[in-house]
Design a protein around this ligand. Structure first.
Ligand SMILES: Cc1cc2nc3c(=O)[nH]c(=O)nc-3n(C[C@H](O)[C@H](O)[C@H](O)COP(=O)(O)OP(=O)(O)OC[C@H]3O[C@@H](n4cnc5c(N)ncnc54)[C@H](O)[C@@H]3O)c2cc1C
Length: 347
């Protein structure tokens, strides 16, 4: 029997950050992940956007989440030698004159001047729209693909990553054992939409799946090197590829790329960008979102040694570092969880 302080289910953004932090603190851990599952972490654009929505409103705890995310990803960079966290700007193309006026009004409100450019600029010829562009500052892009690869490599080298889809039958709660081989003290479930432990707690549909789809495309003439947001994002990706997305669907229940998603995103490209393009890749992932748009962190009501971080919705890149921080302070130092994210609110 192999003994561990912590068993973690899921090696997405959340499980990877948690695993790295626990190893750094000297705990014995093991991580289980089904490598064949498609997950949002594998296709995310990795953006941290402090001002969101059509009305340009600052997102929840934006300054605090940004700062914890920066220090978390930078501390992992020091272990691996790869830079993940890059501060950036987001260029927002206005939809109409009304949005242009709203942007200018927002910039004069307290707390917004450091995030939004005071002036709008003309839209370059790459775009069909002639409405102006406002610049969101203090955003960031995190290279999640590299981060997940590095995290998997580190865990694999230490023989701490098990490629296995876990089900209820694999866990013996009375003996605290997984697959009759791995003995754990604490179990943390970071398996997102794949969580079987979480599903039984999801009373009154507090949590809903939302499928996000994205494309990777090559443009003939489009060379704009900033991140652009109109209805969707267009993000310079690797070499000559651009990430385009995300299309959101509340009705789909499987992470299958759909014709509807493809049509929406290709129509978007053709409406906004003045260039022929070639479709290279189309993928989908399920994000779990909560009724109150806050994540779910804390302990199982019946099993005091089972804990969750889930429900990160469309903001896992900035929420995961915060939620891991909260859970570790709760488990290791006895500090109460932020009540807004405490899973106790759903049962
Ligand atoms: C198209 C798209 C774009 C996005 N863009 C952004 C963005 O720009 N910024 C942002 O902040 N967020 C974005 N998101 C959301 C973000 O990706 C998610 O919030 C985040 O990835 C959630 O991470 P997680 O680790 O909690 O869960 P997941 O990514 O769901 O990871 C769960 C892991 O658990 C594993 N797993 C699941 N079930 C089992 C099981 N039974 N046994 C073993 N392993 C299991 C899976 O293989 C996976 O590796 C985007 C999402 C999508 C779909």
């Amino acid at each position: 029997m192999k003994q561990f302080d912590y068993a973690i289910i899921g090696q997405g953004i959340t499980g990877s950050i948690l695993a790295t932090k626990l190893v750094d603190k000297g705990y014995r851990i093991v991580v289980f992940d089904d490598f064949n599952l498609s997950s949002p972490s594998k296709i995310t654009s990795g953006l941290i956007n402090p001002v969101t929505g059509r009305k340009f409103v600052k997102s929840w705890k934006s300054e605090e989440l940004y700062s914890i995310a920066q220090s978390t990803y930078e501390s992992i960079s020091r272990l691996t030698g790869h830079i993940y966290f890059r501060p950036t700007e987001i260029h927002r193309i206005m939809m109409d004159k009304q949005q242009e006026d709203l942007w200018l009004e927002r910039t004069s409100q307290p707390g917004y001047d450091e995030f939004l450019s005071k002036e709008l600029m003309d839209t370059p010829d790459y775009f069909i729209s002639k409405h102006q562009i406002g610049i969101t500052r203090k955003a960031a892009r995190v290279d999640i693909t590299q981060f997940l690869n590095d995290s998997a490599n580190l865990l694999q080298k230490a023989d701490l990553l098990v490629n296995q889809k876990l089900t209820q039958e694999h866990i013996d709660f009375s003996k605290k054992q997984i697959l009759s081989t791995y003995q754990f003290d604490q179990l943390v479930d970071c398996s997102g939409a794949g969580s079987f432990l979480f599903n039984e707690l999801n009373r009154n549909d507090y949590v809903r799946p939302n499928v996000g789809e994205r494309l990777l495309v090559k443009f003939d003439n489009y060379k704009y090197d900033s991140i652009v947001k109109a209805n969707h994002f267009v993000i310079p990706w690797s070499e000559d590829l651009f990430w385009v997305g995300a299309h959101n669907d509340w009705h789909q229940t499987t992470p299958t790329p759909s014709d509807k998603g493809l049509n929406r995103l290709t129509n978007f490209i053709e409406k906004w960008i003045d260039s022929p393009y070639e479709l290279i890749d189309h993928k989908a992932g399920i994000r779990l979102t909560t009724k109150d748009r806050r994540p779910l962190v804390g302990t199982h009501p019946q099993h005091s040694f089972v804990h969750f971080i889930n429900g990160l919705g469309t903001k896992g890149v900035s929420l995961a570092p915060y939620c891991v921080d909260q859970l570790l302070r709760f488990l290791l130092e006895g500090v109460a969880l932020d009540p807004e994210i405490d899973i106790a609110r759903i049962y």
